[in-house]
Design a protein. Structure first.
Length: 375
């Protein structure tokens, strides 16, 4: 038997591989950070019996409640991912699987590779609606890429969508893939109406280095980018610095920052109720978006989610709060589950890459519904 994570977004440490039912592993924390939860590795084995893979010491993970009722994903072809029997016993995550082929991949969620990211950028660029812009470089020297979708014209609104500040939240980039497929489909009336009235500024991957390094939550030097939006710097958070500079250049009328949540088994959004400038108009605009989102897809709900911030208590280092305050605009953090949507459970795949893509598509209808109200 052999286990490796020596590939894009790989993360596992092998402690021991005694026998198929005695494989002990550990998750490597992000560089210079205590955060860990993302795992992604390959098992090669000729044994046709049940393998028991025990990931040790997971109680110290970033979000331990994320292990409750969590099922790991597996794949033979790296395209189709399915859930496998997984149990959290308070300190270990125990994955049980009888391989049907000589090798199988396991991950915390369906990975989104750097190669696929680059393919997405070049695919989108083939559309006459799209311009690809280089915003700057990350600390490992990777490109921060922006896709500008639409024809600039007087009076159009600027809709910004960023994804994967937290690199282990790969559902965020699957969401963007679906949103782009819909937005660039000229047979889609929602997309055609949107592009008549708006320009989209889309950053499919806010954290290239953390993605490739197999991090859960931070960039190459262990910085949580979603706490850098008050004072980003080239030294600590060039990813945020470059994006915020472009936002200041062109302006923001609506901002969606796409994430994944380890513990809460639902899709939900978190708004700007705690920012200093929050007023009745902003509240009504947020309510209109929630209503539109509920109408756009049964995968969205407003019952479960983060506690709402008390007035004036928002953390202005967080992207949606910082941008909502800075540009006095509608700004939401969008959260999808690592587990499943318990309102619409799917035992085979749970929440998945394909459902994330569909959710991205459906989000555009909610954006269209509130477009006339943004300013
Ligand atoms: C969260 S968003 C921060 C909390 N936001 C609100 N409004 N309560 C984060 O960065 O901790 C997003 C995430 O991690 O997915
Ligand atoms: Zn996140």
């Amino acid at each position: 038997m052999y286990i490796t994570s020596a590939f894009d977004s790989g993360n596992i440490e092998v402690l021991s591989v005694e026998s198929p039912n005695a494989i002990e592993l550990k998750i490597r924390p992000d560089t210079n950070s205590e955060f860990f939860q993302w795992f992604h590795f390959k098992l090669v084995s000729a044994h046709q019996e049940e393998h028991v893979l025990t990931i040790k010491d997971v109680a110290g993970a970033a979000y331990p409640k994320g292990w409750e009722n969590y099922q790991a994903v597996a794949s033979y072809d790296r395209e189709h991912w399915f859930r496998v029997p997984t149990e959290f016993n308070g300190s270990e995550l125990v994955i049980r699987h009888t391989p049907e082929q000589e090798s199988v991949y396991f991950a915390y969620f369906a990975p989104y590779s750097w190669e696929r990211h680059q393919d997405l950028l070049q695919w989108a660029q083939q559309s006459a609606w799209v311009r690809q812009e280089h915003l700057g470089e990350t600390l490992d020297g990777r490109e921060m890429s922006l896709l500008v979708v639409g024809e600039p014209a007087e009076g159009k609104r600027n809709i910004w969508v960023t994804a994967r500040q937290h690199p282990g939240e790969t559902m965020a980039e699957w969401f963007i893939e679906g949103l782009l497929e819909h937005l660039l489909n000229e047979d889609e009336p929602v997309s055609r109406q949107l592009l008549e009235q708006a320009l989209f500024y889309i950053v499919p991957n806010m954290n290239p280095d953390g993605s490739v390094r197999g991090h859960l939550r931070t960039n190459a030097i262990g910085v949580n980018l979603n706490r850098e939006w008050a004072e980003p710097s080239l030294e600590r958070s060039p990813e945020v610095f470059h994006v915020l500079r472009k936002m200041n250049e062109v302006g923001v009328d609506c901002f969606l920052d796409v994430h994944g949540d380890e513990a809460i088994p639902y899709n939900f959004i978190a708004g700007c109720e705690g920012i200093p400038s929050y007023d009745k108009r902003h509240e009504q605009l947020e309510e209109a978006f929630r209503t539109a989102y509920l109408a756009a897809t049964p995968e969205f709900q407003v019952t479960h989610g983060y506690e709402r911030d008390a007035p004036g208590t928002a953390n202005l280092t967080v992207a949606s709060a910082a941008v909502g305050e800075r540009f006095n605009c509608l700004a939401f953090t969008i959260e999808m589950p690592f587990k499943d949507n318990d309102d619409l459970p799917d035992p085979y795949q749970g929440w998945s890459d394909s459902r994330s893509r569909q959710f991205g598509r459906d989000t555009l209808k909610a954006v269209l519904d509130v477009l006339p109200m943004l300013r």
